[in-house]
Design a protein around this ligand. Structure first.
Ligand SMILES: C[S@@+](CC[C@H](N)C(=O)[O-])C[C@H]1O[C@@H](n2cnc3c(N)ncnc32)[C@H](O)[C@@H]1O
Length: 262
């Protein structure tokens, strides 16, 4: 299956992102705890997986001074974004390398994307590389145990997610739904990226009906990663099962994070 980028060109998916996720109220609680404070700290933002460009509207509502760039693998999404917001900078991206130099943006945001990217490590490294200071990401769906992701067992059918009646086969709109061991993901963030700070907020929940996967619940997790030369500090507001898993693998963290983004 790979990433199946074409799946995102589905008209109903584009229509959904033209209508939703374009106002500050549409940002989930676990995202807004980081998103809005970061928008006051950044002068430039790269939005990876910008869909129909709704975050452009949200960002300029919160802080009109920010220079915004949105990239997406779906030409249909980028065309829609350009039509809705003709003055903004939207570009089609390859989905592998991010076509910008190192340290290009104060903040790189990618929400709703990593849970569809099986090679999540390369994707996070690219976001981190082009960021000058902050990355705001939601992670693959986390599990409190060792796990090897298998695309055949875990996927989303976008045709069902966006209620399309088009006569296309399910497999054409099938995208991976990536699950990962929490200890593996936090181990990667700490040991491979070596940032100064990782702030994480997560909660267990059930997935949408369009998702097939072998577990009843997964942990939805957003992280704010800050670059810097200090030893990595991981500060969490995560469910106890995930915290136990991190302890089991000797991944040090502190909790909770009241002093966040001060
Ligand atoms: C679920 S939507 C999320 C849209 C928006 N970021 C939000 O949170 O509402 C996922 C978007 O990511 C795009 N996408 C998927 N894989 C990508 C990749 N590797 N690089 C860039 N965009 C990607 C899809 O085309 C789609 O528009």
């Amino acid at each position: 299956m790979g990433q199946n980028f074409k799946a995102w060109d589905l008209d109903e998916a584009i229509g959904y992102y033209e209508q939703l996720r374009n106002k500050p109220e549409d940002i989930y609680e676990s995202e807004r705890v980081f998103f809005f404070p970061l928008l006051y700290k950044a002068r430039s933002v790269l939005d990876v997986g910008c869909a129909a460009g709704g975050f452009y509207n949200i960002i300029r509502t919160v802080n009109p001074k920010i220079k915004y760039t949105g990239i997406d693998v779906s030409e249909g999404m980028v065309d829609a974004a350009k039509k809705v917001f003709p003055g903004a900078d939207f570009r089609v991206t390859s989905g592998k390398k991010i076509e910008f130099a190192d340290n290009s943006f104060d903040l790189v945001v990618s929400l709703g994307v990593l849970n569809h990217v099986p090679d999540y490590r390369s994707f996070i490294k690219e976001c981190y590389r082009v960021s000058k200071r902050y990355c705001l990401l939601d992670l693959p769906r986390l599990l409190p145990k060792s796990y090897t992701f298998n695309e055949a067992d875990s996927y989303m059918v976008l045709k069902d997610r966006f209620h399309s009646n088009k006569p296309v086969e399910d497999k054409e709109t099938k995208v991976p739904y990536v699950l990962a061991d929490a200890a593996e993901v936090f181990g990667f963030l700490k040991d491979d990226l070596k940032p100064a700070v990782v702030l994480a907020k997560g909660y267990f929940g059930k997935c949408d009906k369009s998702v097939t996967m072998p577990f009843d619940q997964v942990c939805f997790t957003v992280v704010c990663i800050e670059k810097g030369r200090r030893k990595t500090e991981i500060i969490t507001d995560l469910p106890k099962e995930i915290r136990w898993r991190l302890k089991e693998e000797n991944i040090g963290f502190t909790e909770p994070f009241e002093r966040i983004l001060k």
